[in-house]
Design a protein around this ligand. Structure first.
Ligand SMILES: [Zn+2]
Length: 368
């Protein structure tokens, strides 16, 4: 039995999973797949979803007629709804057959390796609940109170720095939350033009008031390099927020501030083209993506609890109870947003995609 290994005659551009994604992650995943020789049913590194395999089968049937290959494609389609355990048993049974269908086995193994996991909620070891009565906020988390330096935390994270969650707000004890400026976001968090952008940029006019996101104590209020006039507030919840390119200060170092209190007036000081606010949220000096837990449109937090998960060099953050949706054939962003009671703007913002861009079958979207 010879199994067709590469179907180059077909138009892969219409069949291949075009979801893109992180090339390194892909390589890691594939390296973990147990392969028996090099035979595959189809030549797609990350596998195809059911509809794509159906398209492939239909095309092959149309041009080449039924064959062992189309039978295996049918089998493959019927298998993808099975649990991992069932599939592993099925693979075992395939090894018992007279002519072991290695291509099918390999394909199932690749499917298993790439199967989107159920979203795994990291149960943090601790929930940090700050104490608003303390003169120095979150002093259990930070070894020192250093005024004047925006990010004095040069130390590397230690083994004790694992996943944790923090209570962001608590109407009674910790006060509320405010976005620093209600205006258009002009630049997001992440890699921009080969450089890491550690915060978000929000448009404003010179003299527009900028407010503190949470209650806390001002740790920095001075001119500092490219930040220009910059204010850093340490909050009782353990986060620090940074407000750069200010025109005027309205607080001084050591001042206690409440959420929503004006800490400065917006401007264009430091390394800045045009007046805007550069806003950062950090935990232990490590920048977090503010969009992962703040809805700037709604001037609100997505959830009152923030989960922090350790990465190699820092933390990733997400609100408790986030939800991942896998795009199906025929979906559109508006319908998905309606389904989850959110907006297309919010989904686009959360996933860094364009509202009018393409969605791919199998693409995973954070919806909440
Ligand atoms: Zn910026």
């Amino acid at each position: 039995m010879k199994i067709l290994t590469v179907i180059t005659a077909l138009s892969w551009s219409t069949i291949c999973f075009a979801g893109g994604g992180d090339a390194n992650a892909k390589r890691d995943t594939i390296a973990a797949v147990v392969m028996y020789g090099e035979e595959l049913l189809f030549d797609a590194v990350t596998g195809l979803n059911d509809n794509q395999v159906r398209d492939l089968r239909d095309s092959v049937l149309k041009f080449h007629g039924a064959s062992t290959f189309t039978n295996y494609l049918d089998l493959y389609i019927s298998l993808t709804s099975k649990t991992e355990e069932q599939l592993v048993h099925y693979i075992d049974s395939l090894f018992e057959t007279d002519e072991v269908p290695y291509a099918l086995i390999n394909q199932i193994n690749i499917f298993l390796a790439n199967r989107p996991e159920e979203f795994e909620e990291v149960i943090p070891k601790d929930l940090y609940i700050g104490n608003i009565e303390k003169p120095i906020p979150a002093d259990e988390i930070y070894p020192a109170w250093i005024v004047g330096t925006p990010n004095p935390y040069e130390w590397n994270l230690g083994s004790e720095d694992t996943a944790l969650s923090i209570l962001l707000t608590d109407d009674k004890a910790m006060g509320e939350f405010h976005v620093p400026v209600k205006n258009v976001m002009t630049s997001k968090f992440g890699w921009r033009d080969g450089r890491m952008h550690n915060g978000v940029d929000i448009d404003l006019e010179v003299w527009d008031p900028v407010v503190s996101s949470f209650a806390g104590v001002v740790r920095v209020a001075r001119v500092s390099g490219g930040y220009g006039r910059v204010v850093v507030v340490r909050h009782f919840n353990g986060l620090e927020t940074l407000y750069a390119h200010l025109h005027r200060f309205k607080v001084k170092e050591g001042d206690r501030v409440e959420a929503g209190q004006v800490i400065g007036l917006g401007g264009s000081s430091g390394h800045s083209t045009g007046s805007h606010l550069h806003y950062e949220v950090r935990f232990k000096g490590k920048p977090l993506n503010p969009l992962s837990f703040i809805s700037f449109d709604e001037d609100a937090l997505v959830n009152d609890t923030l989960m922090l998960k350790r990465t190699k060099n820092g933390y990733v953050s997400y609100p408790k109870g986030i939800l991942i949706y896998t795009v199906k054939r025929g979906d559109n962003l508006f319908e998905i947003a309606r389904l989850y009671g959110t907006t297309t703007y919010r989904i686009a913002e959360l996933n860094g995609i364009r509202r009018n861009g393409y969605l791919y079958v199998g693409q995973r979207l954070r919806v909440i």
